[in-house]
Design a protein around this ligand. Structure first.
Ligand code: HAM
Length: 415
């Protein structure tokens, strides 16, 4: 036998039930997003690498270590997108979605790529469903966005703890940065190599580092919430107040900084205790549109990890019942069976037409094997009498019925 080619490390097939889970998670989230009047955007998976360096930040793990970057045949340095926000902002600017002066609520879904160490719930190709709101600084939007995320998780039956924080703005963050840097310098020798190297450029990253030593140091670090300016403080208070009004439970985590650099003010994460991982996360990024060449536009958003939500799904809704149409006889019967199967599908019945030939017993075995609920025999007798044999494979009962009655029963079972 020829050598088999396998999937690339960290990349996966979603087969059978996995694919159905994927679709269910995405469709459920999509329905909620559409009810909130978000509009879909379909964005490229490849962007110029500098888009991510300038948005996510040079001194982040995602850009420094995890990006799939390559030079295309035209000599351009491009990257497989590691997340969706940068591309959404680029699209917002490039398509002048700010032109009508209102705010824009966009969502997207699709594969993202990060060269991380694969484990359960962490892959090199994974999928996000994300939402971005452009053009509002109103804290009502922050609360509503978090509420929307909460609603998606609840609709999916996924339990997760919500943590929120504020990262301040250009006015107050520098003061905090100084205080944090002072503190971290005192503990420099306890930090990991990456954090020491990135200390001056990006001290906030230490708070997000998973290395034990860094985590210990982070526990005693100054808290950003003690350094917020009046505007950020009020914004943060309002967000919390509105969340409480919505009945969304949260805990405050003054050390929550997220792994990407573009955030300002509100940041949040929904963490699954069962998975020990974040399933959905986001926040505000009020400067990013301007920093990427657009007009000053406050914005905010989140993304959910589809695979992580799939792991937490308790149950998939059952598929509608399946009927197998079994042709039993010559050419005329086959022609009739083709027509019958098409008609049933038109009526909304999930229908499989058997391509098997041979004994009726074998046909029923086939129907059982593929998990059919009903078998409908189309044979010469049926053609003559107009009465069709409908077998309920679960109850092991069969009846001969006029075709209209067959359709009525199958439609009823499918609804
Ligand atoms: P993020 O926290 O980097 O944020 O990713 C969002 C979610 O994607 C994570 O909470 C996790 O569920 C999932 N995820 C991330 N990496 C992996 C992986 N390697 N394998 C499986 N799932 C993963 C962002 O990407 C921001 N763009 C979110 C955002 C939108 N902020 C504002 N707007």
């Amino acid at each position: 036998m020829a050598e088999k080619v396998k999937t690339v490390r960290g990349f996966r097939d979603l087969v059978g039930e996995e694919a159905r889970k994927y679709r269910f998670v995405v469709d459920t989230a999509r329905k909620v997003l559409e009810r909130y009047n978000f509009e879909e955007v379909i964005l490229p998976t490849v962007e110029y690498a500098k888009l991510f360096a300038r948005s996510i930040g040079e001194a982040t793990d995602v850009v420094e270590k995890e990006m799939f970057v390559f030079t295309d045949k035209g000599g351009r340095e491009v990257a497989l997108r590691p997340e969706g926000t940068a591309g959404a902002v680029r699209a917002f600017i490039e398509n002048k979605l700010y032109a009508d002066g209102t705010y824009k609520k966009l969502f997207y879904e699709g594969p993202m790529f990060r060269h991380e160490r694969p484990q359960r719930g962490r892959y090199r190709e994974f999928h996000q469903i994300g939402a971005e709101v452009f053009g509002t600084a109103n804290p009502v939007a922050d609360a509503e966005l978090v509420g929307l995320a909460d609603e998606i998780l609840k609709t999916l039956g996924v339990e997760a703890r919500l943590e929120i924080n504020s990262l301040g703005c250009k006015k107050c963050r520098p003061r905090y940065r100084e205080a944090l840097l002072r503190y971290l310098r005192e503990h420099e020798e306890e930090l990991c190599e990456d954090c020491r190297r990135r200390l001056e450029r990006n001290p906030l990253r230490v708070l997000d580092c998973k290395v034990e030593g860094c985590r210990r140091v982070a526990q005693e670090a100054p808290k950003i919430t003690d350094y917020l300016c009046e505007e950020c403080k009020t914004h943060h208070e309002k967000v919390k107040e509105y969340l409480s009004a919505l009945g969304v439970e949260f805990t405050e985590n003054p050390y929550l900084v997220r792994g990407l650099d573009y955030y300002t003010k509100t940041v949040f994460e929904f963490v699954s205790p069962e998975l020990g991982k974040t399933v959905l996360a986001g926040g505000r990024y009020d400067y990013l549109v301007e920093e990427l060449g657009g007009p000053p536009t406050p914005a905010l958003g989140f993304a959910a990890g589809v695979e992580r939500l799939m792991l937490l799904l308790k149950e998939l809704p059952p598929r509608p019942p399946l009927v197998v149409v079994i042709p039993f006889g010559g050419e005329e019967v086959k022609r009739e069976a083709l027509k019958v199967a098409r008609l049933l599908r038109k009526e909304g019945v999930r229908t499989e037409l058997s391509y098997r030939e041979g004994k009726i017993k074998k046909q029923f075995e086939f129907a059982d094997k593929i998990g059919a609920d009903f078998a409908l025999v189309v044979g010469e007798d049926e053609l003559k009498s107009g009465l069709y044999t409908l077998k309920d494979l679960r109850r092991r009962e069969q009846e001969r019925l006029p075709f209209e009655e067959v359709v009525r029963r199958l439609k009823e079972a499918s609804s």
